[in-house]
Each structure stands twice: as structure tokens, then as C-alpha cells.
Design a protein around this ligand. Structure first.
Ligand code: SF4
Ligand code: SF4
Length: 192
């Protein structure tokens, strides 16, 4: 899986660079933000990001890893029992005291979320995202945005390569929360 890891690390770096460029344009910073978006429920759509996440977890000390596993169980239980109106919100199981414990291995949406962005679909439809509530509340117009399109395309290519190598069905519709990815046993026989 060495080549897959290299490819996704390269992609993560490209996203990071573009995020920084767009962020600088808006003078954007998460520093001091009290509205931590790690409480947002995100879904993830690739095995390869689950693989990276678990690869990152293995690099943590055992007590941190166990804490994240226990947090993930509580997270799923709370989500299952959630029956209030409005979106489910709970701190991500990988977050401790406001910090991401798997920062280097966090999934793509965690890297993109925040700054204004757009996604162009093959049929020409364009979805536009204002960014997180902090940036969205400060500006009326967003002339410079992060374009998610090529990043998503690159991730799909890497995912395809990963599925072939890991012997996972190409058409399987992956959709998991971060807690489900952390607890998943789907890739336990796939090693870096
Ligand atoms: S992305 Fe926005 S909401 Fe999230 S921590 Fe940064 S400033 Fe706060
Ligand atoms: S993986 Fe890290 S950055 Fe993403 S939601 Fe969890 S704590 Fe936040």
C-alpha cells in the first residue's frame, strides 16, 4: 500500500496548500474559534480514508488510541439514540481538548471544511459552499473559492486503486461517520 499512502499524502498536501491560499485571501484563521466544527456530523465515502485513519491511529500511544475507540462507541450510541429535532452534534471521537489527535491522517472533508468552496458536477451543476459559519458571517461575497472538483476526482482515482489492491468491490457504496471508520474491521487484514 506504499504507493497508495504516497498518493493520498500528496493529495492531502495539495488540499492543504490550496486551503491556505484561499484562507489567506479572507484572512481566515481557526485560532480562538469557540464554534468548533469538529462537532459537526460528517460522512466519509472512501475505504482509503478509513485506511489512512486507522494507519494514523496505530501511530498513537495505546491510551490515546483506546480513548478514541471508547469515544467512538459512545458517539455511535448517542447518534443511534438521538431523536431530537435538528442535526445531531457531538464532538468527534478523535478530538481531545479541542485538538485533533489524528491531524495528519484526518479525512478530506476535515481539510476542506472552513473556507468557501465549490464543486462542479459532470452535468455542469455547480454547488457552492460559503464555508464555516465563522467565515460565512464575515463576508457577503466570495470571489475566491477552493475548487473541490479536482480533489474529489483525485480521491476517486486513489480509491479505485486502493479497492483493487485491497480486493474490495468497486461498486460498493461506502458511507460512514468517523466513529464507524474508527471501529470498522473491514480493513483489518490490509497492512501498510
Ligand atoms: S473551520 Fe470555522 S468553525 Fe471550524 S474551527 Fe475553524 S473557524 Fe471555527
Ligand atoms: S478527524 Fe480531526 S479534524 Fe476531523 S472532525 Fe475529527 S477531530 Fe476534527
Amino acid at each position: 500500500m506504499k504507493s497508495v499512502i504516497e498518493s493520498i499524502e500528496k493529495l492531502y498536501k495539495e488540499i492543504e496548500n490550496e486551503f491556505e491560499r484561499v484562507g489567506q485571501y479572507y484572512n481566515f484563521s481557526c485560532f480562538g474559534c469557540t464554534s468548533n466544527c469538529c462537532t459537526t456530523l460528517f460522512y466519509h465515502f472512501t475505504f482509503v480514508e478509513e485506511f489512512m485513519l486507522q494507519y494514523g491511529l496505530l501511530k498513537l500511544d495505546e491510551s490515546t488510541r483506546l480513548m478514541i475507540v471508547e469515544n467512538s462507541k459512545s458517539y455511535l450510541l448517542s447518534k443511534e439514540n438521538y431523536n431530537e429535532r435538528g442535526k445531531f452534534k457531538m464532538m468527534c471521537p478523535a478530538n481531545k481538548d479541542g485538538l485533533c489527535m489524528i491531524y495528519q491522517y484526518r479525512p478530506m472533508i476535515c481539510r476542506i471544511h472552513g473556507v468557501p468552496s465549490k464543486l462542479v458536477f459532470p452535468n455542469g451543476r455547480v454547488d457552492f459552499y460559503k464555508g464555516c459559519e465563522v467565515i460565512a458571517s464575515k463576508f457577503l461575497e466570495f470571489p475566491y473559492v477552493l475548487d473541490r472538483t479536482n480533489f474529489f476526482k483525485s480521491l476517486s482515482k486513489i480509491e479505485l486503486d486502493f479497492r483493487k489492491k485491497a480486493n474490495k468491490p468497486i461498486n460498493y457504496k461506502f458511507k460512514k461517520t468517523i466513529a464507524e471508520m474508527i471501529l470498522s474491521k473491514d480493513l483489518e487484514n490490509i497492512h501498510a
